[in-house]
Ligand binder design. Structure first.
Ligand SMILES: [Zn+2]
Ligand SMILES: [Zn+2]
Length: 144
């Protein structure tokens, strides 16, 4: 289900930032690196907890501001699988999300040949495909 892409180096990210007119800072680089390489759809809090080991001076405010900036620049998207928790994704290609109700992880899923109807005359601004259930690990552990 989860398609692994190649890992981005900091140089890849610097070039990507330059293309999108984004000023480089250590926090921006590290936050984007975490999003694009781990692909775990973290919350701001999870990003903060992960990065403060390496960057002790980072604050939750910095993480929130950086995420808002990335959203404005359209290099990340917010994942809407759960309304009361904002998660972030640096993968912008059309893909769906599966939230495991056992472990809480959000997985990417590929969408092929999805057929929709009833949209004649409508204009689409956003599309999201969000599924919920149990991942294989949780299914095994809980022996459903
Ligand atoms: Zn699970
Ligand atoms: Zn995703």
């Amino acid at each position: 289900m989860e398609k692994r892409n190649k890992r981005w180096t900091l140089d890849d990210i610097r070039a990507y930032f330059a293309q999108h007119d984004i000023r480089i800072s250590v926090y921006r680089l590290k936050i984007f690196e975490y999003l694009i390489n781990e692909r775990t759809h973290p919350t701001a809090e999870e990003i903060y907890q992960h990065l403060k080991k390496e960057l002790p001076a980072i604050s939750t405010g910095t993480v929130y501001n950086t995420l808002r900036y990335f959203l404005d620049k359209k290099i990340i998207q917010q994942v809407n699988v759960e309304k009361n928790e904002a998660r972030y994704d640096a993968t912008l290609s059309w893909h769906g999300h599966f939230k495991c109700l056992g472990c809480g992880r959000v997985f990417d899923l590929n969408i092929e040949n999805l057929k929709l109807s009833g949209l004649d005359g409508f204009e689409i601004f956003e599309k999201h495909l969000d599924l919920k259930g149990l991942c294989p690990e949780c299914l095994k552990r809980k022996k459903y």
